[in-house]
Design a binder for this molecule. Structure first.
Ligand code: NAD
Length: 487
């Protein structure tokens, strides 16, 4: 099992063009989940570092908007080129961050794609003009940057959030204070350094690994004009409460309990493979997009289940740096305990029948790591806690339905609304059902594939706002109306 002690210990914040290792947020021992061994000490940002970063960001923002828009576009394209040259390094740091298998560590490429896409917006029109009633005045509607925005990322997606938030924020003319989780700060810090390598003004992108108190200080800072938060619902509630002090606007990208609907006319082999990837296997189910409720039509339930379990049985578990491995550990010992408890309670509450998994994996090289068997419950009651609460681990439910109406009703019957998946060969059914689903994204006959052009975000308790596309750009712009009297 690959395990290294990372150089540069302790790893601190990037503020302006300085790595700051003195830190008011205390120290955090970063543990590599595949071995359970500490591999770095992280100096956590607190209120003092947040304050320094916000000042650096305002200075950089002024320098950034002093460049003509096409120059900013070119600099963002230059950053995309630098990221491209470091894709392997960033992917490797992603693995060190949270032991995501390298076969699944594609978010560095996503970052490059988002940077290229949003660079193109930098010099495009950011507003409109319009006539006004009863007058010949000039009426301009401009979209301006907020100035300095705070971006808070979960441990499972620092580079994905850098892609979906930092790229549009910069294209809109903002500077960013970016807070990765203390559990996974490495790839984000390297991205911050690459912004300097690409020649962006120091302070335009500051990276502050921090725990909850550092995050709270960022949300409450009066110099932060908008917060973009990605994480869980409980933390989102704390962030929204803290933001009321300064009435700072907040965008939230939260969790899910996504349904994957398998209709009888689906290509069952393909649907089973995609359901396994999108369910317990991808990032060991630790993904906001995890389809943890698989709704299967009763006529194909047995055939689908057989193929689904076969794909899961063939999962390659092991060293996350091995390109053949597609199933890794969960993030921490605490998370592993929580997940084993979810299984235990689901059995106790008779939520469904435990078909496979449910135990810690302790064979050979896996013994020290936080590995759990991919776990599947069959015949699950959609009202059970197992089917209603985000699992955030490799534990999924198979649920039967009898007709399209029941499939839609079950899919919508959760507090969440992030993603939904539909497998069918019938185009009319695909359209009809997609329109009825309460979800920000519906993926038909495919798995979730975030793109710079596709707005992503939640309905209901899965969040507000969108990342990606023009909607994602608009989250980082405020609107000004300028009216010039014409006499
Ligand atoms: P989390 O809510 O525990 O933490 C998210 C971030 O908030 C971390 O950086 C954390 O340090 C910070 N934080 C904690 N307390 C804070 C506070 N009081 N003020 C400000 N910041 C604070 O989530 P997590 O465990 O890191 O990530 C898992 C969750 O994220 C899951 O619910 C998952 O579904 C969700 N997620 C959503 C998306 C999406 O795009 N919708 C993407 C990835 C993950």
């Amino acid at each position: 099992m690959t395990s290294v002690v990372l150089p540069g210990d302790p790893i601190g914040s990037l503020i302006g063009d300085r790595r700051v290792t003195a830190s008011s947020g205390g120290l955090h021992a970063h543990v590599y989940p595949a071995t359970g061994l500490p591999n770095a000490t992280v100096a956590l940002a607190g209120a003092a570092e947040v304050d320094a970063a916000v000042s650096a960001a305002w200075e950089a923002h002024r320098e950034w908007v002093a460049h003509p828009a096409d120059r900013r576009r070119d600099m963002l394209v230059g950053l995309a080129d630098v990221v491209h040259e470091h894709l392997d390094e960033l992917a490797g740091l992603n693995v060190h961050d949270y032991a995501v298998p390298i076969s699944n560590a594609g978010t560095a490429l996503l970052l490059e794609r988002f940077l290229r896409h949003f660079a193109g917006y930098a010099d495009k029109p950011h507003g409109t003009s319009s006539p006004v009633s009863g007058s010949f005045d000039v009426n301009i509607i401009e979209r301006e940057p907020y100035g300095v925005v705070g971006v808070i990322a979960p441990w499972n997606g620092a580079l994905a959030v850098a892609a979906s938030c930092v790229a549009p924020a910069l294209a809109a003319g903002n500077a960013v204070v970016f807070k990765p989780s203390e559990l996974a700060p490495l790839a984000a810090l390297r991205f911050g350094e690459l912004c300097l390598v690409a020649g962006l003004p120091p302070g335009l992108v500051n990276i502050l690994p921090a725990a909850s108190d550092g995050g709270d200080a960022l949300v409450r800072h009066p110099g932060i004009r908008k917060i973009h938060f990605t994480g869980g619902g409980t933390t989102a509630r704390a962030v929204l409460r803290a933001a009321t002090d300064n009435l700072t606007p907040v965008v939230t990208e939260l969790g899910g309990k996504s349904a994957n609907i398998i209709f009888p006319d689906a290509d069952l082999g393909r649907a089973a493979a995609l359901a396994a990837h999108q369910g317990p296997l991808m990032q060991s189910g630790q993904s906001c997009a995890c389809a943890s409720r698989i709704l299967v039509h009763e006529s194909v339930y047995d055939a689908f289940t057989e193929q689904f379990l076969a794909v899961i049985g063939a999962a390659r578990v092991g060293d996350p740096f091995d390109p053949e491995v597609n199933f890794g550990p969960v993030i921490s010992a605490g998370s592993l305990d929580r997940l084993l408890n979810v299984v235990h309670r689901a059995v106790e509450e008779r939520a469904g029948e435990l078909l496979v998994g449910g135990e810690r994996l302790v064979d050979g090289a896996l013994a020290g790591g936080f590995y759990m068997q991919p776990t599947v419950f069959g015949g699950v009651d959609n009202r059970s806690r197992l089917a209603q609460v985000e699992t955030f681990g490799p534990v999924v439910s198979l649920i039967r339905f009898v007709d399209d109406d029941e499939a839609v009703r079950l899919a919508n019957d959760t507090p969440y609304g992030l993603n939904a998946f539909v497998h069918t060969a019938d185009l009319t059914r695909a359209h009809t059902v997609s329109r009825q689903l309460e979800a920000g994204s519906v993926w038909v006959n495919q798995f979730s594939q975030i793109s710079p052009q596709g707005p992503y975000g939640g309905y209901k308790q899965s969040g507000s706002g969108r990342t990606g596309g023009l909607d994602g750009l608009h989250e980082f712009q405020q609107i000004k109306n300028i009216r010039i009297g014409m006499g």
